[in-house]
Design a protein around this ligand. Structure first.
Ligand SMILES: Cc1ncc(COP(=O)(O)O)c(C=O)c1O
Length: 649
């Protein structure tokens, strides 16, 4: 089971990608009960389906008697077969005796004989196929999918049955497809399962971490309590993670949306306490960028402008600037300005010398564009204030707005937004945050999704509150953390319970999530020094001088795609690749990607990348975000060829 394979990997891990039906051969000797059960648990931990346990009917230790009962309780059939005869010194006598043994085995038609075992395995196999085949219909009858218009997905072939997942692949059953070789086909998880996957699906180290914590704690409530996984994680994040240098507190919740709800609550309270805001607090809004997304809970939605995802109760509470965005068009990096800014600058797109220049925020602060941004943001804020709008926080998705369209925002614009709100007068004497509390929503970009652990060092400024989720737990279990500075924490300090942060969830700081997060962060530390990362960074260092600008995607590929007629712009950072197509339809939202070009692009890339399920996001931009990209496995050249053909077909 755990004997090393040729590569040194445990056999249980080595064979896991095949996900074959499994027969566990039990041990009938002394210590065999223990080793059989341990092996069974090791297999379960790796997702194996164990159809049967087979062991010798040894009459001294009689392990089969105990194990039969043990496995029956788990609905696993155990078959005990007679042990082979002792080896004889005469080879032909030995052969005859062995032959006799096998003849007896196959003649045995008792319920625990080998024939019964074979019949049982056949039945398990048929049952598994029946279940797979039945799942699309049952799903259409029972499940309510997220983000899916059921009116447009009524056919069984619209259902992707994920039989298992491993590393970067789903193993998928699709009904009504011509299954010549296998009912199951591997499909590349191109969106890294909504950008959660970090070290690949079903990683045994993460599964073990989850088992470790569930065995030790299960779930325990958290107010006025502590436990090792939550405390270690909080210390790591605050002292040596995204909170380093500015945060002092970690607040746990369940997912990115709830993490952002907590962040907004923290910011608004801090603002109100500092500024003695009374009833007006109900009308405080946030400042942000159009296209941002902070989750699907109602508060997180209210921190964004109105969109197709908003619900009936939605009330856009705030003001959102149109952002200037970074992209490579025809091999040249540039900054595309929104209309109001391009009117000031006199051009729509500002060409730049390199991406390294774009991300060198500190040097650009002295550029004419910085001055324009500054004046524009300041004037707009003055105008909004004259109109009576009040703000309690600045909320940003730093560097990349993910779900809202994979917009790579000009980092200089975000830096100047922060500088402007922090320079707002009125609280010069206060320590801690200035002007407005600044929230970084790093749910999507954080923890190396775009190549850096957090965005503060690149922007040259740190937030007062930040949120991490997704990669935090390697894509195994949901967990979010909201980090806050001491001055934000102090806004809730007092002797009355009513002034505390009265917020929590049943599963706040669940030990399994925290333990898995600790393991994930440890693994990322190792990945950072791996050859794959070094190679990717070396590849980009040949074309970009800044260490911050690198990606797992080959710079030559990104450049070549950007030059295709069907493509408007491309951008890549870390594991993220965004390709914006020359189309102005609302793919991915109202028309559910029925736009011809986007649809064809998906088909084309799916064929190349093992049917890569790319996600259409917002206005025709497509993304693929794989944290641990096996570049060698991706056939990039055919994509370029097929994309080129898109234009002519
Ligand atoms: C930037 C950002 N914030 C918040 C969220 C919400 O996270 P969750 O889906 O875990 O609630 C997302 C999800 O994609 C996100 O991209």
């Amino acid at each position: 089971m755990h004997s090393p394979s040729l590569s040194g990997t445990s056999q249980a891990d080595c064979y896991r990608p095949l996900f074959l039906p499994t027969v566990l051969i039990g041990d009938s000797n002394l210590g065999g009960i223990s080793s059989t059960i341990s092996s069974y648990e090791s297999l379960l931990l790796r997702g194996y389906i164990i159809d049967a346990v087979l062991l010798f009917r040894e009459d001294y230790y009689r392990n089969w008697e105990y194990l039969e009962q043990y496995f029956a309780e788990k609905s696993v059939h155990l078959f005990a077969v007679d042990p082979p005869p002792l080896r004889l010194s005469d080879p032909s006598a030995d052969q005859a005796s062995t032959q006799q043994y096998y003849d007896n085995l196959i003649r045995n038609i008792t319920p625990s004989g080998i024939n019964a075992a074979l019949d049982h395995l056949d039945r398990c196999h048929s049952k598994r196929i029946e279940e797979l085949v039945s799942m699309p219909k049952r799903t259409l009858g029972t499940i309510w999918w997220p983000f899916v218009q059921h009116g447009l997905s009524q056919s069984e072939k619209d259902v992707t049955v994920i039989d298992s997942a491993h590393s970067d692949f789903f193993s998928v059953y699709r009904p009504q497809e011509n299954k010549v070789k296998s009912l199951l086909t591997p499909e590349f998880d191109g969106s890294a399962s909504w950008w959660t996957q970090t070290v690949g699906h079903a990683h045994p180290s993460l599964a073990l971490a989850a088992a470790r914590a569930s065995g030790r704690y299960g779930h325990v409530m958290f107010p006025q309590a502590t436990h090792r996984p939550a405390l270690n994680l909080a210390e790591r994040l605050v002292q040596d993670g995204p909170g380093k240098g500015w945060a002092s507190r970690a607040f746990y919740s369940d997912n990115g949306s709830t993490g952002m709800e907590v962040a907004v609550k923290m910011a608004l309270r801090a603002y109100c306490v500092r500024n003695n805001v009374g009833e007006e607090k109900k009308h405080l809004g946030v400042l942000g960028l159009n296209g941002s997304y902070h989750g699907d809970t109602i508060g997180a939605m209210d921190a964004c402008a109105e969109g197709v995802y908003s619900c009936e109760w939605h009330e856009a509470k705030g003001f959102w600037f149109d952002p200037p965005s970074v992209g490579i068009a025809n091999g040249h990096p540039g900054i595309t300005l929104p209309p109001e800014l391009s009117a000031l600058v006199g051009e729509n797109v500002t060409s730049v010398s390199s991406l390294s220049w774009v991300y060198d925020v500190e040097s650009r602060l002295r550029s004419p564009l910085a001055k324009t941004y500054h004046t524009y943001i300041q004037d707009k804020l003055k105008f909004l204030q004259i109109q009576g709008q009040k703000f309690g926080a600045l909320v940003l998705e730093p560097l990349v707005m993910g779900a809202g369209g994979m917009v790579f925002v000009d980092p200089l614009f975000q830096r100047i937004m922060i500088d402007v709100v922090r320079s707002q007068a009125g609280d010069e004497q206060s320590s801690g945050w200035k002007g407005l509390p600044v929230i970084f929503d790093e749910v999507f970009v954080g923890l190396h999704r775009i190549g850096m652990e957090s965005t503060g060092p690149l922007l040259g400024v740190y937030p007062d509150i930040s949120v991490n989720a997704k990669i935090l737990t390697g894509g195994l279990v949901p967990l979010a953390v909201t980090l806050a500075s001491e001055s934000i924490f102090e806004a809730f300090w007092g002797d009355s319970k009513a002034s505390a942060l009265l917020h929590g969830h049943s599963y706040t700081a669940h030990a399994i999530g925290c333990e898995v997060a600790n393991e994930t962060l440890k693994m990322i530390q190792t990945l950072k020094t791996s050859q794959a990362w070094k190679d990717a960074q070396a590849m980009w260092s040949q074309v970009e001088s800044s260490k911050a600008v690198w990606s797992f995607w080959d710079p030559g590929f990104v450049d070549a795609v950007s030059q295709l007629p069907a493509v408007k712009t491309t951008m890549a950072l870390g594991s993220l690749l965004a390709i914006k197509l020359q189309s102005d339809s609302e793919a991915g939202t109202s028309k559910q990607s029925d736009d011809g070009v986007v649809f064809m692009f998906c088909q084309v890339t799916r064929r190349c990348l093992h049917r890569l399920p790319l996600l259409p996001c917002g206005n025709t931009s497509l993304t693929s975000a794989i944290f641990r990209l096996p570049l060698a496995a991706l056939h990039l050249q055919p994509i370029i060829g097929l994309l080129a053909r898109l234009h002519t077909s």
